[in-house]
Design a protein around this ligand. Structure first.
Ligand code: PBG
Ligand code: ZN
Length: 327
């Protein structure tokens, strides 16, 4: 009894009714722009595999922030590249660390910006792992927690509005929450990289952040791309430990996880369109094989449709501009 009684095309006939039929919206306030701030450069240093993105010196970190804010982007995620690395990632929680300095500058220069920091040791340790190592090269869990908590606290003291731990150690959300609470920062939210997969799509990022592991891989702490039930387990544990926002990462290949997370939790869900996803679209567009703007906006919209409230994306500034032009 379907056709000819039912004809879905009746509601697709022209732009007016198509607009009325739209179920999902993408707006600049949904987008979070990741930025790399480096102590090793004195001028913006373009990242080869991420066209349009640079490592920024602290002295100029306000430039990409102001540019994004003019396009309507409100929120930023800061990654630091320290001048010196050591086994314990000491620079990660230094008062005059690179992210801490960037935060103080941005608080002055861009008071309207919502500043989120990535909390993880991989860019600060000489071995490049996200936690501390034992003598045999294994990543220590419980021993890493106080260092991560100290890093988060020093970011908040320097002006971070929110912290986003991406290390995937067990118990880190609870550990950060307690450290922030007992230090007078019970109002600072935590966005947990909860379902973070051991993905091959982080390649360009590791070049941008100088954070590739020197030996081994991250499969001992990041999740197996084959697993979905395990993601719900991770998300639930982080929610129970006090995460305010739950994140799924990467994006496009993991939208089933986003949809499950949306259905299972009432807190905000974030998704990270990672460096490899950005690089793929950029590269195909450079070759003239894809329409960059159309594909970027389509993938971001798909992430919203799957249930994401917020999207971390290297397209944030460009997408915000495109959305304004279309509106
Ligand atoms: C650090 C971190 C990574 C990303 C965000 N935080 C890399 C990794 O886990 O190796 C990836 C972001 C991207 O690829 O855009 N833990
Ligand atoms: Zn890391």
């Amino acid at each position: 009894m379907a056709f000819p009684t039912h004809r879905p095309r009746r509601l697709r006939q022209d732009g007016r009714v198509r607009l009325m039929m739209r179920e999902t919206w993408l707006a600049p306030q949904h987008l979070i722009l990741p930025l790399f701030v480096s102590e090793e450069v004195t001028a913006p240093n373009p990242i080869r595999s991420m066209p349009g993105h640079c490592q920024w010196p602290v002295s100029q970190i306000d430039r990409p922030v102001k540019e994004a804010m003019e396009a309507g982007v409100v929120a930023f995620l800061l990654f630091g590249l320290p001048a010196r690395k050591d086994p314990r990632g000491e620079a990660a929680h230094a008062t005059d660390g690179v992210v801490q300095k960037a935060l103080r500058r941005l608080r002055q220069e861009c008071p309207g910006a919502y500043l989120i920091t990535d909390v993880c040791l991989c860019a600060y340790t000489d071995h490049g792992h996200c936690g501390l190592l034992d003598e045999t090269g294994r990543v220590l869990n419980d021993e890493s927690l106080p260092v991560l908590a100290e890093m988060a606290l020093s970011h908040v003291r320097a002006g971070a509005d929110m912290v986003a731990p991406s290390d995937m150690m067990d118990g880190r959300i609870g550990s950060l929450r307690r450290r922030l609470d007992e230090s007078g920062f019970s109002q600072t939210p935590i966005m947990a990289y909860s379902a973070k997969y051991a993905s091959s799509l982080y390649g360009p990022f590791r070049e941008a952040a100088h954070s590739a592991p020197q030996a081994g891989d991250r499969k001992g702490y990041q999740m197996d791309p084959a697993n979905a039930r395990e993601a719900l387990h991770e998300l639930r544990l982080d929610a129970e430990e006090g995460a305010d926002v739950l994140m799924v990462k990467p994006g496009l290949a993991y939208l089933d996880i986003v949809a499950e997370a949306r259905a299972a939790f009432s807190c905000p869900i974030a998704v990270y369109q990672v460096s490899g996803e950005y690089a793929m679209i950029k590269a195909a567009a450079e070759k003239g094989w894809l329409d960059e703007r159309a594909v970027a906006l389509e993938t971001l919209l798909a992430m919203r449709r799957a249930g994401a409230d917020w999207i971390l994306t290297y397209f944030a500034t460009a997408a915000a501009r495109w959305l304004r032009e279309t509106a």
